[in-house]
Structures are given as structure tokens and as C-alpha cells.
Design a protein around this ligand. Structure first.
Ligand SMILES: Nc1nc2c(ncn2[C@@H]2O[C@H](COP(=O)(O)OP(=O)(O)O)[C@@H](O)[C@H]2O)c(=O)[nH]1
Ligand SMILES: [Mg+2]
Length: 340
């Protein structure tokens, strides 16, 4: 990306706050996620799955082709439910003569995925002061990195950010967060390693209220969705945050690694049982030709995808764009390059 602010207007829209002047250009706004995904997907090892490529190579529509499409979508982690619905829809289009070759499946598939996923642009309203955002997920999914990237975007939009280091398991986790906080000029609230994560979260919210900050980002320790005691601890963090501010947490976001496969569905389900999830952040989309787990989570659990991580750098996070996603993941680099 040429500049860290080139999709500032999309971010402002996501947060429901005023956009900085001079950032209205539509084409520039779209460049963010689409451009980054396109860049990563044009590298041969990360092109669309060979199975999908095989489907698109069919000269004519055949029964075999639909079976191959079904298999390709399942192995891209779209889940059975979404896969059957998508294949059904495309078969109908073919039945009406609108799809006659494999190559015509690509744009039709991208369109169908987009329509299935997101009628509206994602929202992550920054309203009440301070807006408390709780970030949860399994180990290594990208929580801390994403908190850093989010703090950076919010700061750029003039929001005062407090970060609560509620991953108190490892001292290294707090240090990692301190670096991110420093880069985004956010205030870090931390306690000694081993401190109660709920106490850190409470401190962060209280401190933000006292200072009149706009947003509190709470980074939590990674945990497996099947670890009951740790899920209970997470529930407590949510409850303690509500004690500091009865309307908080305003958003609870699950960070999901796009390369994680079908386990992502179980993560979304069980984290959602511990704390109601307002959205999913899909990370590491740059590293996979699969990434269909977003479709499965959205379709089967009704949880919106709000943000997409496409790399390790500060600017590698974008408001989720269902169209860019669908085109990049399901119709490959060529159609991702086609102008709208
Ligand atoms: N390629 C890529 N790597 C990412 C992305 N998000 C996070 N990572 C990397 O994933 C690893 C784990 O991230 P971290 O934020 O520490 O995960 P946490 O355990 O959930 O806090 C780090 O090496 C990050 O740089 C992403 O969108 N793309
Ligand atoms: Mg972490």
C-alpha cells in the first residue's frame, strides 16, 4: 500500500466517525483490501486452489464440474451448508443458460459468495465514550497484532486509545503490546505478569473513563475454545468490564486465523457461548488459498466478518470487503484485477 491513510474513509465509515477531509475517492477507498489480497494472491503459491482452477478450466458445464465445485468449496472451508447453497444457485443459473462454461463460473461464484455474506458494509461503531472492544481468540490467531493495528487506525482518525494488556500469562505478551502501543501513541494499561486479567481490564476501562479516552482495546490471552476454566475466566473478564461500565463491552471480536480450517467454526461457536460475539476478525488471509471459513462462520452462525488481516505490518488490516474477498478467494487473481 502506498500510504497508511489511503483507505481512511472506509475506516471512518466502519467506526461511524467523521472521515478526515480529502479521502473521499472511491477507487482509492477500495484499493486497501482488494489491492493487498490481489498482490498476495498473484504470487503463484497462493493462487486460488487447484481444485477451483480445475472447475474454471471446464470448456462446458457438466455434472462432473458441479461435483468438483462442491469438493473445491468444501476443501476451501466454506462448510457444507454454504457449499450446497452456492452450488445450487449456480446450477440454477446454468439451467437458465447464464453459465455455459467453467470460466463463467468464476465471476458468478464470486457474486454469489458476496451476496450470501454481506448485504451491508461492516460496522464497528465508536459511540459512547469510551467504547470498549474486547479481543478474544485462540493462541497465535493474531489478537495482539490486530489490537496494535486497530490502535494505529483509530489514532490516525483522531481517537484517543487506551490498550488494556489483559494477557497476563506471559511477560513477553505485554512487551509485544507495549511496542504496538508506542507506535500508535496509545496509552498502555498493564500490571505485573500473572495479574488477574479481569483486574487489568477493569483498570483499563476506569483509566480511559478518567482520561476521557474514546476507545479501549482489551487484548486477552489466547485460549482453546474447549478449555472450560479458561473460557470461564474470559466470561469473568467480560463481567468485570461491565462493572466498570454497565454498557461495556460494546464490541467483542473473535480473531480467527483464516488458515485454521473447519476448527474456526467450533472456535466461533464456543467463544460465542462464553461471550456474545459482535464480529469476527479474519487474519492471515494473505497466507491462504482457502479462507472459506469466513463464509461458513457467517452463514452458519450469523456472525459478521468486520475486519481482515492481510499481513504482519501496521497497515495490513482492512475493513472487511465482501466483494474484494469473494473475488480474490473464489475467482482468482485475474478477476480480482477487473475494475468494478
Ligand atoms: N501473515 C500474517 N501474519 C499475521 C497476521 N496477523 C498476525 N500475524 C502473525 O501471527 C503471529 C501471531 O500473532 P499474535 O498477534 O502474537 O497472536 P496472538 O497470540 O493471538 O496475540 C505473529 O507472528 C503475527 O505477526 C496477518 O494478517 N497476516
Ligand atoms: Mg497475544
Amino acid at each position: 500500500m502506498s500510504s497508511a491513510t489511503d483507505d481512511a474513509a472506509r475506516w471512518a465509515e466502519l467506526f461511524g466517525i467523521a472521515a478526515p477531509p480529502g479521502e473521499e475517492e472511491q477507487s482509492t477507498r477500495r484499493r486497501g483490501l482488494l489491492g493487498r489480497l490481489k498482490d498476495s494472491l498473484t504470487r503463484p503459491q497462493q493462487a486460488i486452489s487447484p481444485q477451483l482452477a480445475g472447475v474454471f478450466a471446464h470448456k462446458l458445464v457438466t455434472a462432473d464440474m458441479w461435483d468438483e465445485l462442491e469438493e473445491a468449496l468444501i476443501s476451501a472451508d466454506c462448510g457444507m451448508d454454504a457449499t450446497l447453497a452456492l452450488v445450487e444457485e449456480l446450477r440454477e443459473e446454468a439451467g437458465q443458460g447464464r453459465i455455459v462454461s467453467g470460466s463463467e463460473v468464476a465471476p458468478a461464484l464470486a457474486k454469489a459468495v458476496k451476496a450470501m455474506m454481506a448485504p451491508e458494509p461492516p460496522k464497528l461503531e465508536i459511540g459512547d465514550s469510551p467504547t470498549v472492544i474486547l479481543v478474544v481468540g485462540v493462541n497465535g490467531s493474531g489478537k495482539t497484532t490486530t489490537v496494535g493495528k486497530l490502535a494505529h487506525r483509530l489514532s490516525e482518525l483522531g481517537q484517543r486509545v487506551v490498550i488494556g494488556a489483559a494477557d497476563t500469562f506471559r511477560a513477553a505478551a505485554v512487551e509485544q503490546l507495549a511496542v504496538w502501543a508506542d507506535r500508535s501513541e496509545a496509552q498502555l494499561v498493564r500490571q505485573a505478569p500473572g495479574a488477574d486479567p479481569g483486574a487489568v481490564a477493569f483498570d483499563a476501562v476506569s483509566s480511559a473513563r478518567a482520561r476521557g479516552a474514546d476507545v479501549v482495546l482489551i487484548d486477552t490471552a489466547g485460549r482453546l475454545q474447549t478449555q472450560r476454566n479458561l473460557m470461564e475466566e474470559l466470561r469473568k473478564v467480560g463481567a468485570v468490564v461491565s462493572k466498570a461500565d454497565p454498557t461495556a463491552p460494546h464490541h467483542t471480536l473473535l480473531v480467527l486465523d483464516a488458515t485454521t480450517g473447519q476448527n474456526g467454526l467450533s472456535q466461533a461457536k464456543l467463544f460465542g457461548e462464553a461471550l456474545p460475539l459482535s464480529g469476527v476478525i479474519l487474519t492471515k488471509l494473505d497466507g491462504t488459498a482457502k479462507g472459506g471459513i469466513a463464509v461458513a462462520v457467517n452463514r452458519e452462525l450469523g456472525i459478521p466478518i468486520v475486519l481482515a488481516g492481510v499481513g504482519e505490518k501496521l497497515e495490513d488490516l482492512h475493513p472487511f470487503d465482501a466483494e474484494a474477498y469473494a473475488r480474490a478467494i473464489f475467482s482468482g487473481p485475474e478477476s480480482a484485477e477487473t475494475p468494478r
